[in-house]
Design a protein around this ligand. Structure first.
Ligand code: IPD
Ligand code: CA
Ligand code: CA
Length: 271
């Protein structure tokens, strides 16, 4: 894991350095397992009609939990697959999506990632998103910028909708949300260069941070989908809000992230 020391020049504060190293170490370890298991058969359990969990989600979460606990004892962990951890009201906590893009992973569609963020009184202070198949480690520390492997990343500069590639996602609760999903697509699709639904919200946000997407919006997300990506986008110079333009929180269910220049125009179309 000689990747981690390289990333540490990003932060000046010791505590932040510890959090970043812990997030990166855990994400890389889980990513190794996910990469190994990707082409093997999976055991799939249904959490809802179309919401899957595989043995790898659960195993990756166990690796992350052990790693974070060893590196930062005492900081509670809210992790997607461990129901008991969802209610924590701690001031400082880890938020973990062990495998964002489970449907993609289960179908052999190569777009998924590990997402880990340290939240301090509701604000992410350090975060990592790791893409095992591409060996891409996105990470950020509050106030110190965002990186992809050893490169500083930033959002795009366009303020023209027609030049924008925009990501979105479709909620698992699709029946209830379909009218809104369709209305937003109908409004936005004719105005932008194109829209992508790639299937991993945390990674979509990392793509906004590094300029592969100009914006991303989705409703009904969970804290583990958005916490690390929110920090990455802001540290890369972008803007993140709810659909009504109010300040974002990972406990808000909808998110609009953009390069900043497009934020108002996107907001007007999806709100
Ligand atoms: C899902 C993905 C997907 C998004 C869903 C999320 P999961 O996370 O991020 O893109 O549309 O809303 O729940 O279940 O693969 O971790
Ligand atoms: Ca997720
Ligand atoms: Ca997940």
């Amino acid at each position: 894991m000689d990747r981690i020391p390289n990333s540490l020049s990003l932060c000046t504060e010791n505590e932040h350095r510890t959090w970043l190293a812990a997030a990166c170490r855990a994400a890389l370890a889980a990513g190794d397992l996910i990469r190994e298991r990707y082409e093997q058969p999976h055991t799939i359990t249904m959490k809802g009609a179309i919401d899957l969990v595989t043995e790898t989600d659960v195993a990756a979460e166990a690796i992350i939990t052990a790693s974070l606990t060893a590196d930062t004892p005492g900081i509670p962990i809210m992790a997607e697959e461990t129901k008991a951890s969802h209610a924590t009201a701690a001031e400082r906590l880890w938020i973990v999506d062990p495998l964002d893009g489970t449907t993609n992973f289960a179908h052999g569609f190569p777009f998924f990632a590990v997402s880990i963020a340290l939240l301090d009184r509701g604000r992410p202070m350090a975060g990592a998103i790791y893409v095992p198949l591409r060996d891409e480690l996105f990470y950020a520390v509050r106030g110190c910028g965002a990186r992809l492997n050893d490169r500083t990343i930033s959002v795009t500069g366009t303020n023209r909708l027609i030049e924008a590639l925009v990501g979105t996602g479709f909620p698992y609760q699709i029946e209830a949300t379909l009218p809104t999903v369709i209305r937003q697509l109908k409004t936005l699709l004719p105005l932008v260069r194109d829209i992508r639904r790639a299937g991993a919200a945390a990674l979509d946000l990392a793509y906004v941070a590094c300029g592969r997407l100009d914006g991303f919006y989705e409703m009904n997300l969970q804290p583990w989908d958005t916490a690390a990506g929110w920090l990455l986008v802001e540290e890369a110079g972008g803007t993140v809000s709810t659909f009504s333009g109010t300040p974002f929180s990972p406990f808000a269910s909808d998110i609009l992230a953009s390069n900043g220049g497009l934020h108002h125009q996107l907001l007007e179309r999806i709100r």
